[in-house]
Write a protein that binds this ligand. Sequence first.
Ligand code: HGA
Length: 605
Amino acid sequence: MCGIVGYIGKRDVAPLLLEGLQRLEYRGYDSAGIVITSPKASGLKMVKAKGRVRDLEAKVPKRFAGTTGIAHTRWATHGAPSDENAHPHLDSEGKVAVVHNGIIDNATELRAKLVADGIEFLSETDTEVLVHLVARSQAVTLEEKVREALRHVEGTYGVAVMHADFSDRIVVARNGSPVVLGIGEKEMFVASDIAALVSHTRQIVTLEDGEMATLKADDFRTYTTEGSRTTATPTTVEWEAESYDMGGHDTYMHKEISEQSDAVDRVLRGRIDDRFSTVHLGGLNLDAREARGIRRVKILGCGTSYHAGMIGAQLIEELARIPADAEPASEFRYRNPVVDPDTLYVAVSQSGETYDVLAAVQELKRKGARVLGVVNVVGSAIAREADGGMYVHAGPEVCVVSTKCFTNTVVAFALLALHLGRIRDLSVSDGKRLIAGLRKLPAQIAAILETEEEIKKIAEEYAGAQSMMFIGRVRGYPVALEASLKLKEISYIHAEAYPASELKHGPLALIEPALPTVAIVPDDELLEKNRAALEEIKARSGRILAVAHREQEKADHTIVVPKNETELDPILMGIPLQLLAYHTALAMGRDIDKPRNLAKSVTVE
Ligand code: HGA
């Protein structure tokens, strides 16, 4: 959350930073700001605006020249979205500028002390304390001033600091919120994620927690917050700048839904081992003997990743016969969990930076657990912190709500389950059967995407609903949960998901013509049970949309999806429901890529 971008070099900085902010806008979009200077300038020039980056752009004066600057797009945690609360924040003399991602936990006490000392605050943010602390420091260098300020601060930060008296540098620091340096030719960049950097440089350095860096036009150096030098070797990022473009689609969500067939192909590529009817997952760092010793699997994720983890847990139980379950990482980390040495913990996060998941991983590591990461962003914090893991190779996902990354994560779990299964008791023939099923997925996804027009028509019928119910049984339940989350996130229609088996234990009371039900009805051993649930809804005049492998008589509409192996069916059944959410939200005129109150990469608590 919150996008930070900074530049120091010879180029005109404002257009460069505004372009960077556009690329980061998915991280926060309630307000934005920019501050610039140049070696010859006498001070800092700043513009801030409530709203989107385009609102900031409209406020930037024609003459706004500079060659050094930092900029920010905000997702508010402390203080409402407003011009005043937008970052950067300046000290009273207008010499120090700070952009910040994270939360300063002791901001209230620090603010009280600073106010008692006569400092006047201009915003309600937690961030502003930091700027005054830097400005008040008596230290000689900017690095020392920032270091001293950070010593007072408890909480999380990715920060970038400029100072009018030190206009040859930008100082940055990281603790819990991502900071990435982009290394150019006689120019340096900094950002909260690589999306803002890839059109300028492929050479990046990811700061560790507790690290700081000084960027000058022709040089950078990294060191700990205590001041000792660290070695930072730039790595080359693989993602193409074009992957961040809309590519002819009207929204990123639509683009990302349509990319799923290729994305799934990527997560499978190079991993299937036909000889032993299994898959290679070298990055797990788990040998066969260790894998046989696992007695439980606990999957931790948040939001959509948690739902992917629920499907993953079912796959692991079914294929590897290891007891497995998923839990929201945000809950797990606060309930003093029993950490068992024979349990394999799996942390799931698209960005690999999700704060709640990262904190759970750190707590687990502290207690000596073995943790795997299932993440999309290569080299991200969770990937680095975990003992091993799998990249899901979905490619950059820009829309705030996750689609292709969800699908790829579930496929990654199918690979993990197959791998663990074949080390244990899954037979060669089952291994073969599942591999054949996995290979069919890309073409089957493409076939589902071809039914978009039909789904669009159905979505337009449901767009007026006040509320919707989603039901599924066993493998279908996490599919229902994810579909209901997707719908509520982007259409703002209230939606609930229940196990179909639970209907008559309560939620059936809600059924009436105005409450449509979306039912997941696969052709599996539970088909007749699911049909009975449809009967019960119909008997109460409920409208039904079924997602099934064949037409369902009791349903008002059926979206028929291709059949795969029963264990893999949940992967396909979620896809038409992404399109349902998309077209429902579109028919309601929602801002699909930037849903209200949300942002991508939840790097704050
Ligand atoms: N706490 C700061 C920054 C918020 C943030 O990092 N969001 O992702 C603020 O509220 O401005």
